[in-house]
Design a protein around this ligand. Structure first.
Ligand SMILES: [Zn+2]
Length: 253
């Protein structure tokens, strides 16, 4: 069976009743359900602006991927960047902020009934989504290959985390999320290990609680199945400190 038409997904996200066929497809197809959900978040963000409620805050890793997609330094994503439709992972944010800007403009210039504002925002969202599709800027989906629960080491009481191995546009990356106490000095580093810990590669420094790390294409992910986050001291030694905070093995979701 073919997937839902993107326009249909957008309409469903705005509260249109799904037909029996569409509903049946959504129940079975995680991909389309995720698509509707992501449109729903974009629409909700636009509506939240309209009624003055708080904007939905996407998870940090969303901003993280937008930042890396746009090569922005920390703290600049989501501030109305003018990216084109090809900056694909920024599309959801673009839709929300464009809808929000649209609503904001309408609010300033008129006191028309709320209904028109809502309809205007909805039309803007559909137009933007349709435009993105028609211009060929299709969102590359992050396909979750495997995931891991990261268990804390005894010396790190209460530490825990999650890791997800994703494939986007043919490239693999690991998204990690860590909850652990933060020492005054040193830094955290993310590693991939073989299951017997005989070999390891550093993916990079984890700044904050979440991070996205591209995996070099020549890394054999059938061998490197374990995600480890370590506490490192600033000693110039690039090797693993031996002080692991959490660790877990990637497995199919
Ligand atoms: Zn589908």
């Amino acid at each position: 069976m073919s997937h839902l038409d993107p326009e249909v997904a957008a309409l469903l996200a705005m509260g249109e009743q799904a037909s029996e066929d569409e509903q049946r497809h959504l129940d079975d197809c995680a991909e389309c359900a995720a698509e509707v959900a992501s449109f729903t978040r974009a629409v909700a963000a636009g509506r939240a602006t309209r009624i003055g409620a708080e904007l939905l805050t996407p998870p940090d890793r969303v901003w993280e991927s937008i930042r890396s997609e746009l090569d922005l330094p920390d703290g600049q994503a989501g501030e109305g960047t003018d990216s084109g439709p090809s900056a694909a992972s920024a599309v959801t944010a673009d839709v929300s902020s464009a809808a929000a800007r649209h609503v904001a403009r309408r609010r300033r210039v008129s006191r028309r009934p709320v209904f028109f504002v809502t309809a205007g925002a909805a039309v803007a969202v559909v137009a933007i989504i349709a435009g993105v599709w028609m211009s060929g800027g299709i969102v590359p989906r992050a396909e979750v290959i495997s995931e891991a629960r990261l268990d804390g080491f005894p010396t790190w009481a209460g530490a825990q985390g999650e890791a997800m191995l994703e494939r986007v546009d043919g490239h693999d990356r690991v998204v990690v999320d860590l909850t652990a106490s933060l020492p005054d000095d040193g830094y955290r580093e993310v590693w991939l290990l073989t299951s017997d810990a005989s070999d390891l590669i550093s993916l990079g420094v984890l700044d904050g609680d979440t991070g996205t790390f591209d995996i070099p294409d020549d890394v054999d992910l059938r061998r490197f199945t374990v995600v480890d986050i370590s506490q490192e001291t600033v000693d110039g030694d690039p090797a693993h400190s031996g002080d692991s905070i959490v660790r877990g093995t990637l497995a199919a979701p």
